[in-house]
Design a protein around this ligand. Structure first.
Ligand code: DC
Length: 220
């Protein structure tokens, strides 16, 4: 059994930034489960599937294979053998992933992949239901959050840095909608595990958050 750190929280809380840095400091493998849902979302988008059509989504799962690999230590997502990593981080893909991740067949499809990785390796795995559902016996569980305002500002600055036009209010609205969907779905909703440690990064710097989480993990 690997040493497992679960890190859950809402969209834009900084989970991936923080988890990558903790992974580097502690020598764990970083597993981004959101990227797996995004990989499947690309499959649904390519097929022109309506995310509200649950039967069509469930059926489309049958001819999708999501696998992961690492190149220079960076997680890569393959969809039916094609490396789709560069296509994952758009709002369109994120919204499709958020909607379709509420469908049981979609979650079922990715469950084994996530559990097997954690069994074999020392991992820090980020997502929405890692501490509550995927790895209920994780050695360390973190619930990383930040206010909607903080998360919207971070996303806004990130997009502006990339030279993309964006609107702060629209981003905040999108984040709220995504939170609502992720937290209220029937299956594996986003919620803090009873034994998770709450870290609110709103007023914290990145090194402070990384330091806090590393202090909860075993000495490396
Ligand atoms: O973390 P992210 O924004 O890349 O995730 C995209 C969507 O995937 C998110 O809105 C909800 C879903 N997701 C999930 O349901 N369970 C996970 N463990 C990770 C992501």
């Amino acid at each position: 059994m690997g040493y497992n750190v679960a890190i859950d929280g809402p969209a834009g809380a900084g989970k991936s930034t923080i988890a990558k840095l903790v992974a580097k400091e502690k020598g764990y493998i970083y597993v981004d489960t959101g990227a797996m849902y995004r990989g499947l979302a690309i499959h649904f988008l390519k097929k022109g599937i309506d995310p509200e059509d649950r039967d069509a989504v469930a059926e489309a799962c049958q001819d999708a294979e999501v696998t992961i690999g690492y190149e220079n230590g960076i997680q890569q997502i393959y969809l039916n053998g094609e490396n789709v990593t560069g296509m994952l981080r758009t709002e369109e893909v994120g919204n499709m992933a958020s909607k379709t991740s509420a469908i049981p067949q979609v979650r079922e499809k990715l469950l084994d992949l996530q559990r097997t990785l954690a069994e074999e390796k020392d991992v820090i795995m980020d997502g929405r239901d890692i501490g509550t559902n995927i790895l209920p016996h994780a050695d360390v569980k973190i619930y990383l959050t930040a206010s909607v305002e903080t998360r919207a500002n971070r996303r806004y600055n990130e997009l502006r840095e990339k030279g993309e036009e964006c609107d702060l209010e629209e981003i905040a609205r999108d984040i709220k909608e995504r939170d609502e969907r992720d937290m209220t779905r029937k299956i594996a909703p986003l919620k803090m595990a009873d034994d998770a440690v709450l870290v609110d990064s709103s007023g914290m710097t990145i090194p402070e958050v990384v330091g806090r989480i590393c202090s909860l993990c075993r000495e490396s």
